[in-house]
Design a protein around this ligand. Structure first.
Ligand code: UDP
Ligand code: MG
Length: 314
């Protein structure tokens, strides 16, 4: 199979027929052997009925239906597990991404050797204040932290080599950081392609203001997990030692001062006394957190699952 098109959707019944018809037309023109995997992420409108209807009309259309709304990341993750195509393309269901981009994206994977190509909505048709400006900020920060040069991490339209989607797991709301996950899984050739963006034709956006807070917290977790999930003590231990040393330093200073001047030196009047107390406590807390994380990391599933690139003689 040449292509898997993965479409996560939540309450998008009006868009689906038009979307599938359009994808079908593009794939036919290019002679692609393809599948469309529609993941209904707990829609409460008639989306699933529409999908059932589309699957009858076109056997390339496949569907997965969640029992309830689990979020876009979960939907993509299920789609990735099911995908069979050599190239996997994700796109939003709301017709904001144009299926006309499919051949170009596929070409970059197949001919130019990219592992992942992210769409870049250079001209964007969303609300400037609530979407476009925050998203510039988000992309700037993510790009700096991850050292991946992309302008539009969260673009729904992306293309992947099959191996990439089988190697990464998207949980929580990590769909914003798929390029980062791919990079950490060892895929180096990550590129972008300017894509056409369109105004939402039907329905409403599913992401509100919470996405700023969530997105920021996810960036922190993803940075931490990427760096320290296999060796948490290196993180907690470092800060723990620092705090402990600060506390220890103050304690020594206080003891010496007290010994030199036992009568006039009032311990509890000194800022150093409180700093010593707090620092030692925080240091100990950090060490405890480190030990517990180590125990968890040791027992976590997948602790020895490495991605093996190649083998000889085995
Ligand atoms: N979506 C989903 N589950 C959710 C929220 C959104 O599958 O919990 C789908 C939605 O149907 C659409 C895509 O994710 O196909 C992008 O969502 P939306 O267009 O609302 O985001 P925006 O373009 O406004 O950022
Ligand atoms: Mg949209």
């Amino acid at each position: 199979m040449d292509l898997s098109i993965i479409v996560p959707l939540l309450n998008e019944e009006e868009s689906l027929p038009e979307l599938c018809e359009w994808i079908h037309r593009v794939c036919q023109q290019n002679n692609f052997f393809y599948e469309i995997i529609l993941i209904d992420d707990g829609s409460t409108d008639g989306s699933w009925k529409v999908i059932e209807g589309l699957a009858v009309l076109n056997e390339s259309v496949k569907g997965i239906r969640f029992q309830r709304n689990y979020g876009k990341s979960a939907a993509l993750n299920e789609g990735f597990k099911a995908a069979q195509g050599d190239v996997v393309i994700t796109m939003d269901a709301d017709l904001q991404d144009s299926p006309d981009e499919i051949p170009g994206l596929r070409k970059m994977i197949v001919e130019d050797g990219y592992d992942l190509v992210s769409g870049w909505k250079k001209v964007r048709y969303d609300n400037t204040l609530t979407k476009n400006i925050p998203s510039k900020f988000f992309n700037g920060v993510t790009s700096r932290v991850s050292k991946i040069k992309l302008h539009d991490f969260n673009c729904g339209l992306k293309a992947y080599r099959k191996k990439v989607v089988k190697s990464i797991e998207i949980y929580g709301e990590m769909h914003r950081y798929i390029p980062v996950l791919a990079k950490w899984a060892g895929f180096k050739k990550i590129g972008e392609k300017v894509v056409e963006h369109r105004r939402r034709k039907y329905g409403v956006t599913k992401f509100g203001w919470e996405r700023f807070v969530n997105g920021f917290l996810d960036l922190l977790s993803i940075t931490f997990v990427g760096k320290f999930s296999k060796r948490p003590m290196h993180f907690f231990g470092m800060w723990g030692t620092l705090f402990f040393l600060i506390g220890f330093g103050f304690t020594i200073y206080l003891i010496i001062s007290k010994l030199l001047d036992p009568i006039n030196f009032a311990l509890t009047n000194r800022p150093g006394f409180y700093l010593a107390l707090v620092s030692v406590l925080i240091g100990m807390q950090l060490f405890l957190a480190g030990f517990i994380s180590e125990l968890i990391a040791r027992n976590a599933p997948g602790r020895n699952s490495y991605l093996i690139e190649d083998k000889i003689g085995l």
